[in-house]
Design a protein around this ligand. Structure first.
Ligand SMILES: O=C(O)Cc1cc(O)ccc1O
Ligand SMILES: [Fe+2]
Length: 441
């Protein structure tokens, strides 16, 4: 049985890609137009574009906001001096298989201060690339600090600790085993209701967004269902307190002050919004005859590229599921991939790594064409087990993969200051022996 998250302090709209509209005060949204000469209740109308104005309808992402003051009303941005690798965007591109032990939690940091770039590829300015971050923090953001990224859409995968996220469009409460997507430009504050938090983030710089994959012959339902995605409802504060916008722009942080709350949207309508999803609702589909299907069958969200069937990045999960394939090697196969594979573990274990070393809060990276697969122990067990019987794997576990079509570079923080396991390759694959016996003539 799947485990669902049932308790939530907030209520949501449901349905990814639906047109949603929300009013904290009835009568906020104009009828029959978007930008009336004078909006209701003395509000200002402002448009938030997440796609080109001329994008085809099914790709268009636009939201109209009705707010107490326009977003324009702020003081100039100033660069924040940081010492971490965000500024440099200098990556080591190395073919070695890398595995990290659980990343240390920076309990003195808040969500923004504890955001560290681990890996990435491409270029923010041309909207072509991705970044992979580890976030770790022990403090809530100041209520008057508000973060947003101009660089891309962020998929946030909590591993430890709940996040109480207040966005411009409303509030979302996100726990480990749930994911959150905050599209480019949407402003938010992260509070930590139950202490320390850690997780993984994939940021996509592309003009395309995190979308549900096509289902093809699977049919009209399965994998992540649109209905299970939750979208916040409008909630506003009317305040003249000084707030600080913290903007990630071109990989660097900038700050600007304003004497009003950015959380002043009384109503909104459109298709560009943040959303969350409970991974426990995932409908895993697999082989009911033979062989191990490719992990694309476990895609939750995909960031499409212009090349048909080729994503810029996929987010796939290895959720609890039954394996029934007969006369088959059931765990992940040995392989070399034209994609970069970043795998993280939210909870429990992973069926391809029985020998240990892959732990919740840690990660691995298998870059383009870097050989990887089951470790010796997994291989032995799977070669000997009785495949006439169904087998439940992943009970109490949740692993995930960011599969990225770029050559993934690792930051200095990722290679030098993070818990890289020196013995990963030898530990996992060093013990394979030859069993080759050609037939005697
Ligand atoms: O390498 C990995 O751990 C991810 C993975 C899982 C799987 O089931 C098949 C291929 C694959 O790359
Ligand atoms: Fe793989």
């Amino acid at each position: 049985m799947s485990e669902f998250q049932t308790k939530d302090p907030y209520s949501y709209f449901t349905g990814l890609n639906s047109y949603h509209e929300s009013e904290a005060i009835p009568g906020t949204l104009p009828i029959g137009r978007n930008s009336p000469q004078v909006p209701a209740f003395g509000l200002y109308a402002e448009k938030l574009s997440g796609a080109a104005f001329t994008a085809p309808r099914h790709l268009s992402k636009q939201t109209w906001l009705y707010r107490i003051l326009p977003s324009t009303t702020h003081r100039p941005f100033e660069a924040v001096s940081t010492t971490d690798s965000r500024e440099a965007q200098k990556f080591s591109t190395v073919p070695n298989q890398i595995r990290w032990s659980p990343f240390e939690i920076d309990t003195s940091a808040d969500f923004v201060g504890g955001l560290k770039q681990l890996a990435g590829a491409g270029d923010i300015q041309t909207k072509n690339g991705v970044a992979i971050y580890i976030y770790s923090c022990g403090k809530s953001m100041k209520e008057t600090d508000v973060f947003y990224s101009s660089d891309g859409d962020m998929l946030i995968v909590p591993q430890e600790g709940d996040l109480d996220v207040r966005t411009e469009l409303g509030r979302l409460y996100v726990r480990p085993l749930e994911i959150l997507v905050i599209p480019r430009g949407i402003r938010y504050n992260v509070a930590l209701p139950n202490g320390n938090a850690r997780g993984y983030i994939l940021e996509a710089f592309s003009a395309t967004h995190f979308e549900l994959p096509e289902l093809g012959p699977i049919g009209s339902a399965g994998l992540a269902n649109a209905r299970d995605f939750q979208i916040p409802k409008a909630e506003y504060t009317d305040s003249s307190e000084t707030h600080t916008l913290i903007n990630k722009f071109g990989g660097n942080l900038f700050r600007a002050e304003q004497d009003h709350s950015p959380f002043d949207i009384v109503g909104w309508h459109g298709t560009y919004y943040p959303f969350k999803y409970d991974l426990g609702r995932y409908n895993a589909i697999g082989s009911i005859s033979y062989d191990h299907p490719d992990p694309s069958i476990f895609t939750v969200l995909t960031v499409p590229s212009p090349i048909p069937g080729t994503a810029i990045a996929d987010f796939a999960i290895f959720a609890p599921r039954w394996l029934v394939m007969e006369d088959s090697f059931r765990p992940p196969y040995f392989h070399r991939n034209c994609m970069g594979e970043f795998v993280g573990l939210i909870k429990g274990g992973y069926d391809g790594k029985l020998a240990g070393g892959f732990n919740p809060g840690g990660a691995s990276l298998h870059n383009l064409m870097s050989a990887h697969g089951p470790d010796v122990q997994t291989h032995r067990k799977a070669s000997e087990e009785d495949t006439s019987k169904p087998q439940k794997v992943g009970t109490g576990s949740m692993a995930f993969m960011f599969e990225v079509s770029y050559m993934v570079g690792v930051t200095e923080w990722g290679l030098k200051e993070s818990p890289v396991q020196q013995d990963y390759v030898a530990h996992s694959w060093g013990g394979f022996k030859k069993h080759f016996k050609p037939p005697q003539a």
